[in-house]
Design a protein around this ligand. Structure first.
Ligand code: 3AM
Length: 180
């Protein structure tokens, strides 16, 4: 089983992301991400055993971070992964907190979960299209908000022609900042 933690959009946010994706003019070889697969990855885990899923669920349950509004405000082309993404150029502190907490809580399990030692910085983004071989001309984005009130552990099945993502469990974000 291949898993990752992510923000999973509600219907309104999914529609906003779809609008942002629809205006892109990409080469015919590009593969737009299907709206049901839109997400904002917080931590990619990779292949795990069934018993490790329970550990990840415990970690998810233990998170204490407030909900937040994410301003998604620019398109970017990432040549190394051949994707076009919608990014939040200034992720809100609450999102950074959740990302940092998850990273810290995963640390003791790094060896067991075979997690990469590489710790890439948070790049808050939603992938809109894959297999974008040529750098496209990207217009300015009409910015939109993602009102994040929960986050999820998601199962990724990439064995078929199309990736299928299934939400395993979702946890609410807090209404306010946790007391120190
Ligand atoms: O959120 P995005 O679309 O950027 O590319 C995969 C997707 O990223 C990424 O995890 C997200 C959910 O599948 N991903 C896939 N394999 C990965 C790996 N080995 C990976 N991220 C890091 N290392």
């Amino acid at each position: 089983m291949r898993l990752f933690f992510a923000l999973w959009p509600d219907a309104l946010t999914r529609a906003r992301i779809a609008n942002a994706g629809e205006v892109l003019r990409l080469d015919s070889g590009a593969r737009p991400v299907q709206p049901q697969n839109y997400h904002l990855t917080l931590a990619f885990i990779g292949e795990v055993t069934k018993s490790q899923v329970a550990v990840l669920q415990q970690i998810g349950r233990a998170q204490r971070a407030p909900g937040c509004t994410i301003d998604i405000d620019a398109y970017e082309y990432w040549e190394e992964s051949q994707v076009v993404v919608a990014v939040a150029r200034e992720p809100p502190p609450a999102l950074t907190l959740l990302w940092l907490q998850l990273r810290e809580n995963l640390l003791p399990h790094r060896a067991a979960l075979n997690l990469s030692r590489r710790q890439p910085p948070l790049r808050a983004h939603v992938t809109l299209a894959r297999k974008v071989v040529q750098a496209p001309v990207l217009q300015a984005m009409s910015p939109f908000c993602w009102n994040a009130r929960s986050f999820s552990l998601v199962l990724s099945d990439t064995s078929g022609a199309h990736s299928v993502y299934t939400v395993v469990e979702t946890w609410p974000l807090l209404d306010e900042w946790p007391k120190p």
